[in-house]
Design a protein around this ligand. Structure first.
Ligand code: KMT
Ligand code: NI
Length: 180
C-alpha cells in the first residue's frame, strides 16, 4: 500500500519520514485531487511481462525510457545531484518515474503550499505534473533505481522556486483550480 502524508516543516533530516504530530495520511485519490499527481501500483516482479506498464506507456505516448541509479557508488556527482533533487523546483514536462529497486520520497506542494510526502517503493509509478513545485530525496537506505519516461526528447531541466511567471506554472494553477 502506498503511503502519502502531510509533512512537518521542521525538517532535521530529509531522509526521515518527517510526519506531522499526529501523523496525517492521504489516499492516492486525495493526493490526485489536491495536486494532480497520478500514481500507479504495478507488480514489481511481473511488470516486464504482464503488459500493464506497456499499456500505460502506449496510452500516454511515453516513447523515451532510461534508468537512473541513485547511490553513492553509481550516481556521478552524487552529493550535488541529491542536493538539486531536493531543491524545490518545477519542470516544463511531467516527471515520470517507475521504481524498480530501493525506495525514496517525492515531496509535492498542495494548493495551500503544504508539503505532501509520497513514499515510493518497487512497483510504484508516479507521474508528477508539469508546473508543480516538488523535490526528491533518498531515505535512510540511500539507494533507488528508477526507470524514467518521457514523451519525445527528454528535458530534465529543473526551474527552482520562484518560477511563478512561467506559463507552465500558470497552466498548472489553472488546472488545480478546475480540479484537473
Ligand atoms: C529526479 O528527477 O528527481 C530524479 O530522477 C530522482 C531519482 S528517481 C527516483
Ligand atoms: Ni523534478
Amino acid at each position: 500500500m502506498v503511503r502519502v502524508w502531510y509533512m512537518t516543516n521542521d525538517i532535521i533530516d530529509q531522509r526521515l519520514e518527517n510526519h506531522l504530530d499526529p501523523p496525517s495520511y492521504l489516499t492516492t485519490d486525495e493526493l490526485y485531487k489536491s495536486t494532480g499527481v497520478e500514481f500507479f501500483l504495478l507488480n514489481a516482479k511481473t511488470y516486464d511481462v504482464d503488459g500493464v506498464l506497456d499499456k500505460i506507456r502506449k496510452d500516454r505516448g511515453y516513447n523515451y525510457e532510461d534508468q537512473i541509479t541513485c547511490s553513492k557508488e553509481c550516481l556521478p556527482d552524487y552529493e550535488n545531484k541529491l542536493k538539486s533533487f531536493f531543491t524545490e523546483h518545477l519542470h516544463t514536462d511531467e516527471e515520470i518515474r517507475f521504481i524498480v529497486d530501493g525506495s525514496g520520497y517525492f515531496d509535492v506542494r498542495d494548493g495551500d503550499d503544504r508539503w505532501i510526502r509520497i513514499e515510493v517503493v518497487p512497483g510504484d509509478m508516479i507521474v508528477i505534473p508539469s508546473g508543480i513545485y516538488h523535490r526528491f530525496t533518498l531515505d535512510m537506505k540511500n539507494y533507488v533505481i528508477a526507470k524514467r519516461y518521457f514523451v519525445g526528447e527528454p528535458v530534465w531541466l529543473p526551474y527552482n522556486r520562484p518560477s511563478d511567471e512561467m506559463d507552465v506554472r500558470k497552466n498548472y494553477l489553472r488546472k488545480l483550480s478546475e480540479g484537473f
